[in-house]
Design a binder for this molecule. Structure first.
Ligand code: ACO
Length: 429
C-alpha cells in the first residue's frame, strides 16, 4: 500500500484515502474505513465499480481484451493445456508438474461415482425439468452425503478431497441430468478415460456398445471448459464467495453459484443465443429487423451474446471460440444455418452506431452454443456445460476467500423508503 495522493473533501474536512495498486498497475481507493471516519457510505448499484476483494486468481483488462489465469494468458492456456491442468492451476496457483497432474487426475477419476441414492432424486424430477435446476439441487444435496463438509471451521488443509470430489461428481451429475431428460439409463464413469472423454461417454454412450469420443470433439470441449474456467468477480463467483463468507459449506456455495449462472444475463445467455438465432431463422432470417428491435428502448428484446460488463473492446474468449467453432464445424462436416445468421448478426451489429457507441461486442456465449450444438449437446444443457467449466473457478474463489479469512459479505444501502411513522389500528386506516 502506498501513501495516498487521493483525498475526499467533505463537510469542510479533508480525508486521505489509502491507495492500492494491483500487480498489473490497477489503482484502487480503499474506502473500507470511510463510514467510520466520515459517516458516508458509497453507492454502486450492481457493483459496477466496486472491488469486493483482493484476488490472485484471474486478471481481466476489459479495455485491452486481456484475460489471464494466475498470470498465464488465456490464449496460451486454450492452445496448449487441458481442462485438468487449468483446474489444478486455478486451485493451487501453479501449473502442475507431470507427477502432480497424474496424482490430481487420479484423485478426480476415482471420485466420479455418485451415491446410488442420487439416482432416486433424479428419477423423481418431471421429464420436462430444466437441467440447471436438477444440477443446483443435486450439488446442494451432496452435503447430505458428506457430513464432514458441514463442519464450519474444518482445517482448510483437509479440503482437497472435497474440491476433487466436486469436480469429479459434477461431470457425472451433469451427464446424468441429460440421460434423465431422455429417459435413458445412466452411464457409469469409466476410470480409464480422461475427464472430458469420460464426460462425453456418460452423455452419449450406451450400455450395449463402446463409445469412443471423437478427438476433435474432446479437443473442442477441453477448450470450451478452459475458456469458462474462471472470470474473476462475476455474478456467480461473487455469489459463491458471498454464500461461503457466512461459512456455509462449499456444496451450498457452489449450488448458489449454479443458480446465479442460470440467468440469461449471465451463463444462461448461451441457451438464449441459440433460441434467439432460431427465432430469427423461423421469422425468415431478417437480421436487420432484430437489430432494430434490440435498439428500440420500448422493446425488451436484447441481442443475446452481445455486451459485457467488463469487456468494452472485445472478449478474448469469443475470439478463440469463433475460430474453434469454424474448425469444429469443418472437421465434423456440420453445416449449421444458424451459424450463417450468427455471422450476419455480428457483422450488422458491429457496423451499427448503437452497438459501436455502447461498446457492445459478441461475448463468449455468442459462439459457444454453436459448438455445443455441433457436438450434439441439447440447448437446455448449454448452461450446465458452462457450470462444468466454471466449477474450478468457483472452488478457487471459495478457497481463496476462506484462506484469507475474509469477513462475512454484507453490503450497505441507502434507505429511500417511508420515514418513521406510527402504527394505526386497522379500523383507523
Ligand atoms: N442488446 C442491446 N442493447 C444492449 C445490450 C444488448 N445485448 N447489452 C447492453 N445494451 C445497451 C443497454 O440497453 C444500455 O443502453 P443505454 O445506455 O442506452 O441505456 C447499454 O447498452 C449498457 O448496458 P447495461 O445493461 O447498462 O450494461 P451492463 O454492464 O449492466 O450489462 C450485460 C452487461 C448484462 C452482459 C448486457 O450487455 C446484456 O444483457 N447482454 C445480453 C446478455 C448476455 O449476452 N449475457 C452474457 C454475458 S457474458 C457472461 O456472463 C458469460
Amino acid at each position: 500500500m502506498s501513501s495516498s495522493p487521493a483525498e475526499l473533501h467533505y463537510n469542510g474536512q479533508v480525508y486521505p484515502l489509502p491507495l492500492l495498486v494491483g500487480t498489473e498497475n490497477e489503482p484502487a481507493v480503499d474506502i473500507s474505513k470511510l463510514r467510520d471516519d466520515t459517516g458516508l457510505v458509497t453507492l454502486d448499484i450492481g457493483y459496477k465499480n466496486t472491488g469486493a476483494t483482493k484476488s490472485a486468481i484471474t486478471f481481466i483488462d476489459g479495455d485491452a481484451g486481456i484475460l489471464s489465469y494466475r498470470g498465464y494468458p488465456i490464449e496460451q492456456l486454450a492452445a496448449n493445456s487441458s481442462f485438468m491442468e487449468v483446474s489444478y492451476l486455478l486451485l493451487y496457483g501453479e501449473l502442475p508438474t507431470m507427477s502432480q497432474l497424474e496424482t490430481f487426475n487420479h484423485s478426480i477419476t476415482h471420485r466420479t461415482l455418485v451415491h446410488e441414492n442420487i439416482k432416486k432424486f433424479l428419477d423423481a424430477y418431471p421429464a420436462s425439468t430444466h437441467p440447471m435446476g436438477v444440477l443446483m439441487s443435486t450439488i446442494a444435496s451432496l452435503s447430505s452425503f458428506y457430513p464432514n463438509s458441514l463442519i464450519a471451521n474444518r482445517p482448510m488443509a483437509d479440503m482437497d478431497r472435497t474440491y476433487h470430489r466436486l469436480i469429479a461428481k459434477m461431470a457425472t451429475i451433469a451427464a446424468w441430468t441429460y440421460k434423465k431428460s431422455l429417459g435413458h439409463p445412466y452411464m457409469y464413469p469409466n476410470n480409464k478415460l480422461d475427464y472430458v472423454s469420460n464426460f462425453l461417454q456418460m452423455m452419449f454412450g450406451h450400455r450395449t456398445e463402446d463409445y469412443i469420443a471423437d478427438p476433435v470433439v474432446v479437443d473442442a470441449l477441453n477448450k470450451l471448459l478452459i475458456l469458462h474456467a474462471d472470470h474473476e468477480q462475476n455474478c456467480s463467483a461473487s455469489t459463491v464467495r458471498m454464500v461461503g463468507s457466512s461459512h456455509a459449506n462449499i456444496y451450498a456455495a457452489v449450488a448458489a453459484g449454479v443458480g446465479a449462472l442460470w440467468g440469461p444475463l449471465h451463463g444462461g445467455a448461451n441457451q438464449a443465443v441459440i433460441e434467439m438465432l432460431e427465432q430469427i431463422r423461423a421469422d425468415g432470417g431478417q437480421v436487420s429487423k432484430f437489430v432494430a428491435k434490440a435498439k428500440d428502448k420500448n422493446d425488451p428484446f436484447r441481442l443475446m451474446g452481445f455486451g459485457h460488463r467488463v469487456y468494452k473492446n472485445f472478449d478474448p474468449r469469443a475470439r478463440i471460440i469463433k475460430e474453434a467453432c469454424d474448425q469444429v464445424l469443418n472437421k465434423l462436416g456440420v453445416n449449421d444455418p444458424v451459424l450463417d445468421i450468427a455471422k450476419q448478426l455480428e457483422t450488422t451489429a458491429l457496423q451499427d452506431d448503437y452497438f459501436i457507441e455502447r461498446k457492445l461486442y459478441p461475448n463468449v456465449d455468442f459462439y459457444s452454443g454453436i459448438i455445443y450444438r455441433a457436438i450434439g449437446i441439447p440447448t437446455d444443457m448449454f448452461t450446465v456445460m458452462f457450470a462444468l467449466g466454471r466449477l474450478p473457478g468457483w472452488i478457487a474463489q471459495w478457497k481463496e476467500m476462506r484462506e484469507l479469512n475474509e469477513p462475512i459479505g454484507r453490503p450497505r444501502q441507502v434507505y429511500v423508503g417511508h420515514p418513521r411513522r406510527d402504527y394505526l389500528p386497522i379500523t383507523k386506516r
